[in-house]
Design a protein around this ligand. Structure first.
Ligand SMILES: [Zn+2]
Length: 131
């Protein structure tokens, strides 16, 4: 993966994590270019398989492609930022909590541990700065 492709992925994501939507500009550590389908599952460096992810989303996602929906208990794919719209699957409010609106949203919130207390607090603080 070359620097031009990395820059393209960052710009396409508008410099936000494509999973929890937190902006890069509040972090010293540069966000990761993440493989939506990990290399261990045959994913490649095609731009359609790449997403910008904050360190915590990337760490929790790891090579996962799916998880268990906390409501239905069914095996459910994780959110794919290339194929799906964030707004269709998630909502966030001024408290910083991310709510999954669909089975995919709920499963992704859970697997990526998006509502860990420190992450909710951080999103809330950033939301107040951006008002
Ligand atoms: Zn994130």
């Amino acid at each position: 993966m070359d620097d031009e492709l990395r820059a393209q992925v960052r710009a396409r994501a508008e410099y936000r994590c494509e999973y929890c939507r937190i902006p890069q500009r509040y972090f010293y550590q540069i966000f990761h270019i993440e493989h939506i389908i990990s290399k261990s599952h045959g994913g490649d460096d095609d731009p359609d398989n790449l997403a910008l992810a904050c360190r915590l989303c990337n760490l929790h996602k790891g090579p996962n492609l799916s998880g268990i929906d906390p409501e239905g208990g069914q095996l459910t794919p994780l959110f794919n930022p290339r194929r799906e719209s964030w707004q269709d699957h998630f909502r966030t409010d001024e408290s910083g909590q991310v709510t999954g609106l669909t089975n995919i949203g709920r499963t992704t919130v859970r697997v990526l541990n998006m509502n860990a207390t420190h992450r909710v607090d951080l999103r809330s603080a950033i939301a107040s700065l951006e008002q």
